[in-house]
Unconditional design. Sequence first.
Length: 188
Amino acid sequence: MAVREGTHELGPDDGRLLVRTGRSGLGRRAGHDLTIEAARWTAAVTAGATPAESSVEVTVEVEGLEVREGTGGVKPLTDQDRAEIGKNLRTVLDARRYPVITFRSDRIEETGGEGRGAVEGDLTIMGRTKPVRIDAILAGAEGGDVRLRGEVVLRQSRWGIKPYSAFFGALRLADDVEVAFDLRLPSR
């Protein structure tokens, strides 16, 4: 199972990029754990003969982040709630000044058998760039393609993001969010 060598342009038709949030604070029962999907993104995956010869660049449009699901909470998440959360998200991320979030790898390595690896690189959010390490797995997929799945936990405050809060701080978004992806890449 190997990805076809060359550069592959990917987007939402090729998989999903998700952000999962949690709640904290005394009022956490009132809020929702959210699943937010990046609906507008692009990636350039350059597959070399080895992981070390490969790279990836991803650009996510902040305006394209959409609330897909909310679990927990006192009441179910409504369409109005989704719209309000989306508006707050764009405000918190200052989408007008920083319309995109980018990731650029500087190292890809195998970390064990069964397609396990890690991608290291720079993640830029709101103009601040920090190094991250993302654990990933390559596995076979239907139709002979290769599936790339991975996740990383990011601490928002590391990028200067103050997690959203309401009710005078009694309900807060947890500082740590999980970013997960599940993509299809062409095989040899």
